[in-house]
Design a binder for this molecule. Structure first.
Ligand code: ATP
Ligand code: MG
Length: 432
């Protein structure tokens, strides 16, 4: 016996239905366009990668690798993982295709779903969308500043209000190693008061304790030494130049020495943009990024300094001002009786061939119900087909904004719809 109960989507994985799509499209188009202006080209990599790629790059002790990955053994006994982020795959592709031998600097962007088995909440899902950039081959710091400035420009062009840009430097791997010990030594005497999770991290990944949401942990960390005091001369110069360039570009930021972020591969520049407005709530990190100078080499490639960032599309959408999600159509075709259905189908085709958006409801509904539906669909014009008009060689064209109706001939109908569209001020141009 088959089970008739409906099957639901996997927890934390969302459907996006057509009504919600105009906002997604606007965000994706804005991202692609901005990336293009800054010289980035799109890369598409597989959703599934060999598990060791993420273990080696993101790091064993991170939250992502230790508890959030969707890992499985496939029928050929290969250990595979649904990608939890984009950088590791981009670096793998960069190395695999020897891109470094073809050009000194490569600027790539990507856009697609990522998978992490986290506890679902508003702005935190198990499948979520990221848009990101990777720049290979430029040691910075101007490119670091350019990337941060680009994201800020993108967010403000979208109308995201109230953002804060946090920047920090993690220095070299050696500096980070020294800082790890300094921090561990500072936190050790407070161990008993630390949260359970932070006690664990004191052993595995003490830097992450700085990120802890527990108030007691935060209070203890308030007095912690700053990594900026441990930077060597070259790292310090890099960071100073980064902040100078940001200032020259007019990008507001705050230096936050406690910003460490969750991935192992970062070095030097680190940044995060937080949002305060909209419906964000606790999940306020809109995007994060940083420099990963050692990673390409660690994954078997040449020594190529690189920087990248990723933003969560669902979170950006939560931070966006709420705009009406109007779907609009240039024309809706209505029939006075079903005998006109074939004529209506032909008219719909010619409207669409002419590049207009058009819809018709040929299920045999009443005129009243067809007109109500046209209104709901946001029709700019309604074209009514009936036998009486047909006998005269015309259709009725109803202007839904001017509430005015007139007869037009078959030959004129497309031009008449276009005239109405041209009369409109471009108020909803962005979503059409
Ligand atoms: P958080 O601290 O919120 O867990 P993160 O440090 O894990 O974020 P990154 O790995 O840097 O995030 O990913 C970059 C961006 O991707 C985040 O700033 C956020 O906007 C988004 N993001 C990360 N995880 C999720 C998720 N589970 N659901 C939705 N968006 C996410
Ligand atoms: Mg996370």
């Amino acid at each position: 016996m088959s089970d008739p109960s409906p099957i639901r989507a996997v927890k934390g994985m969302n459907d996006v239905l057509p009504d919600a799509m105009p906002r997604w499209h606007r965000l994706e188009a804005a991202f692609r366009e901005t990336a293009r202006r800054y010289g980035y080209g799109e890369v598409r990599t597989p959703l599934v990668e060999p598990t060791p790629l993420f273990v080696r790059s993101i790091g064993e002790a991170t939250d992502i690798v230790s508890k959030e990955m969707y890992t499985f053994v496939d029928k050929g006994d290969d250990m595979l993982t649904l990608r939890p982020e984009g950088t590791a795959s981009a670096v793998r592709a960069y190395v695999e295709h020897s891109v470094n031998g073809q050009e000194p600097v490569s600027k790539w962007y990507y856009l697609g779903p990522m998978f992490r088995r986290e506890r679902p909440a508003r702005g935190r899902y198990r499948q979520f969308w990221q848009a990101g950039l990777e720049c290979f081959g430029d040691p910075g710091p101007q490119i670091d500043a350019e990337m941060i400035e680009m994201v800020v420009t993108l967010l403000s062009s979208l109308g995201v209000q109230d953002i804060e840009v946090l920047v920090n430097s993690l220095g070299s791997r050696e500096t980070r190693g020294r800082y790890r010990e300094t921090l561990r030594a500072f936190l050790q005497p407070h161990e008993a008061r630390l949260s359970e999770e932070s006690k664990q991290r004191l052993i595995t990944n003490p830097l992450r304790i700085l990120d802890s949401k527990s108030p007691t942990d935060q209070e203890i960390c308030a007095g912690a030494p700053s990594i900026l005091d441990l930077l060597d001369e070259a790292d310090k110069k890099h960071f100073d130049e980064l902040t100078q360039t940001l200032t020259a570009l007019g990008t507001k930021f705050r230096v936050e020495p406690k910003l460490v972020r969750g991935l192992d591969y970062y070095s030097r520049t680190l940044f995060e943009i937080q949002g305060k407005g909209g419906e964000l709530g606790a999940q306020n990190a809109l995007c994060g990024g940083g420099r990963y100078d050692g990673l390409v080499k660690e994954l078997g490639g040449p020594d190529v300094p690189s920087i990248g960032f990723a933003m969560g599309l669902e979170r950006i959408l939560l931070a966006l001002p709420n705009e009406a999600n109007v779907r609009s159509l240039d024309a809706v075709v209505v029939v006075t009786e079903p005998s006109m259905n074939v004529k209506a189908a032909v008219l719909l085709k010619s409207l669409r061939d002419a590049g207009l958006t058009a819809e018709g409801d040929l299920r045999g509904q009443s005129m009243k119900s067809q007109l109500r539906r046209a209104e709901k669909l946001g029709a700019r014009t309604v074209i009514i087909l009936g036998p009486a008009e047909e006998a005269r060689g015309v259709v009725q064209l109803k202007d839904m904004r001017a509430r005015h109706q007139e007869d037009v001939t078959h030959a004129e109908v497309i031009a008449a719809v276009r005239t109405r569209l041209a009369m409109d001020a471009p108020i909803d141009g962005a979503t059409r």
